[in-house]
Ligand binder design. Structure first.
Ligand code: ZN
Length: 564
């Protein structure tokens, strides 16, 4: 393949071919030709510089598919390698005349048992289920063993990010045609894990005027198509440009190919470049129109709209990791008092939305404690906005709860399953029977990060419970991902990033205190994901979490989000 417009591959091959290289680490965007680059490197080694090699990807299925669809056809095509190939091979082992190639999925320690190898190609590192250190043990007996590790960016401080950081930290940089300033392709202005300095100008920009806005103020992403099929020169996709971070000059999409032709890798930590080169690249290093400045701007704005409409961070996360090739960082580690003050609305406890706000849904959630129940009543609007109406306590008496519900005219009551007291099954049972009787919902916070069903990832799952008494089945029972919803409450709703979420100006201090009970503790060692830690009573937070789960699972948030 011609490397003319692929600066990242020019850099990759130069470092991969350097015999003094010990480990080449690439943290990059998805679909940016990295697998092709690795395959070319492998063929080159088989023909020119053979050594026992192991190629490891996420799992056996992916390995098989790679071998059958990519590697074998390429072997057959390449005369020099084909001449060295054996008559018989399996997808796990190919014994060339010059060297053995082993192929593995990174799922278990046993899979990695083999003779020592001199070249280890580690693909799709983000998906691995075993630590890379297990694999590195296979290389110890080779004095000049080499590793090529590659992956789409995952989380800040994960093992790929750590390897990349300990390497030379190379970026693909271009030179501004106007002021000659050399700079990496970088999408935004805010500071990120890879770009720790915020900047005032630079990156992908687009006009904000009648050409890029719809009548309702939302972004006009695509060009307007006239009735006769012609297109107007409007919409974000068409009009996005790249702004030089130094002189502010704007480079149109048409200037991108010449930039790619001359772009080069520049390393922050050049001392490591010889032995431990590491490279980063994002979607902007790909020459096709599908990954131009406008395409990136559209993906970004779509992700931000989803965040605003439904509080769903996932599209933004994928933009950061899979398009920008940067590791994802939790938006916030801790809720500050100022965040909570900013959520206070101009209304008092118990004051409902005015009738003009339209249809509302009032949800009551209950955190069950020994001796009493803590509740939150929150009113939700079409569009996903909500306000806290009331926070309080009731005795631990389901008949009293039912009476309270009826008096207030609240349709939906949701409570936790009683997980605070796993040993007291009688307590859980009593609650479930009350749920069957009164059609309440029973929720249980769960350790799962998500529930993948038919490839659609959800964060709650219906989990019907047979009470064992006659035909009493509790259908309104759900599991929900605590990690996901804690992140949604703290990083999206409380930060004002999602739909408007308010609390009354005279809310009780106890509520504020309990709302802040959780704190995210980032990973302290490579490979960890970090965790949410609870400090003190968390009843208000629990109730607010269940509010969001309920609004999500009943479609109150989701259907509004989809409507925009
Ligand atoms: Zn410039």
């Amino acid at each position: 393949m011609s490397l003319e417009f692929y600066p990242q591959l020019r850099a990759f091959f130069r470092h991969a071919d350097n015999r003094r290289m010990k480990r080449l680490t690439v943290m990059k965007a998805a679909q940016t030709a990295a697998t092709t680059a690795m395959m070319v490197t492998l063929l080159h080694r088989i023909a020119e510089n053979p050594v026992a090699a192991m190629w490891i990807t996420a799992n056996a299925e992916k390995a098989k598919e790679y071998v059958n669809r990519r590697l074998f056809p390429a072997l057959m095509d390449c005369a020099a390698v084909n001449a060295l190939a054996p008559a018989d091979w399996t997808w796990r082992l190919v014994q060339f005349a010059t060297m053995d190639l082993m192929i593995r999925g990174a799922v278990s320690k046993q899979e990695m048992t083999s003779d020592p190898v001199g070249l280890m190609i580690c693909d799709e590192r983000r998906e691995w289920q075993i630590p890379v250190e297990l694999v590195r043990q296979r290389m110890k007996t080779f004095g000049n063993a080499q590793e090529i590790s590659i992956g789409t960016a995952g989380l800040v401080d994960d093992s790929l990010h750590a390897d990349w950081r300990s390497g030379s930290q190379g970026f693909i940089q271009f030179t501004c045609p106007k002021c000659a300033h050399s700079q990496p392709f970088r999408f935004g202005k805010k500071k990120t894990a890879l770009f720790p300095e915020a900047r005032d100008i630079g990156g992908v920009v687009w006009p904000d005027d009648e050409r890029t806005r719809n009548a309702d103020g939302s972004w006009k992403l695509e060009a307007t198509v006239n009735p006769d099929g012609t297109r107007l020169d409007d919409g974000v996709r068409n009009l996005a440009e790249y702004q030089c971070e130094k002189c502010g000059d704007k480079l149109p999409q048409s200037a991108r190919l010449p930039l790619l032709k001359t772009a080069q890798d520049v390393h922050r930590n050049p001392k490591q470049m010889e032995q431990f080169p590491s490279l980063h690249w994002n979607f902007m290093t790909m020459p096709g129109a599908a990954m131009d400045f406008g395409a990136g701007a559209v993906t970004f704005l779509t992700a931000m709209a989803a965040l605003k409409a439904s509080g769903n961070q996932e599209p933004l996360r994928y933009f950061v990791t899979d398009d920008c090739g940067e590791p994802w960082e939790m938006l916030a580690a801790k809720v500050e008092a100022s965040d909570i003050m900013a959520r206070m609305g101009n209304y008092c406890v118990g004051e409902r939305f005015p009738a003009s706000a339209g249809e509302t849904f009032t949800l009551m959630t209950v955190d069950r404690q020994k001796g009493h129940l803590v509740y939150v009543i929150r009113q939700w609007l079409k569009g996903g906005a909500s306000r806290l109406l009331e926070f309080g306590k009731l005795p631990d008496d389901f008949e009293a709860l039912r009476k309270f519900q009826t008096e207030r005219g609240i349709r939906s009551v949701t409570g936790d399953d009683g997980g605070y007291d796993e040993a007291d099954t009688g307590n859980v049972f009593k609650w479930r029977m009350a749920c069957v009787k009164y059609n309440w919902n029973s929720f249980k916070g769960d350790k799962a990060e998500n529930y993948a069903e038919d490839k659609v990832r959800t964060y709650w799952r219906r989990s019907p419970f047979n009470t064992g008494v006659g035909a009493h089945v509790l259908h309104n029972a759900y599991l929900w991902s605590k990690v996901h919803y804690l992140s949604k409450l703290y990083n999206v709703f409380l930060k004002g990033e999602g739909p408007t979420w308010t609390i009354p100006r005279d809310v009780q201090a106890e509520y504020l205190h309990q709302l802040q009970a959780y704190e995210f503790r980032p990973a302290t060692q490579t490979g960890d994901k970090g965790e949410w830690i609870k400090n003190g009573a968390d009843h208000a937070a629990s109730c607010e979490l269940m509010q969001i789960v309920m609004a999500d699972s009943s479609g109150i948030i989701q259907s509004f989000g989809a409507a925009q």
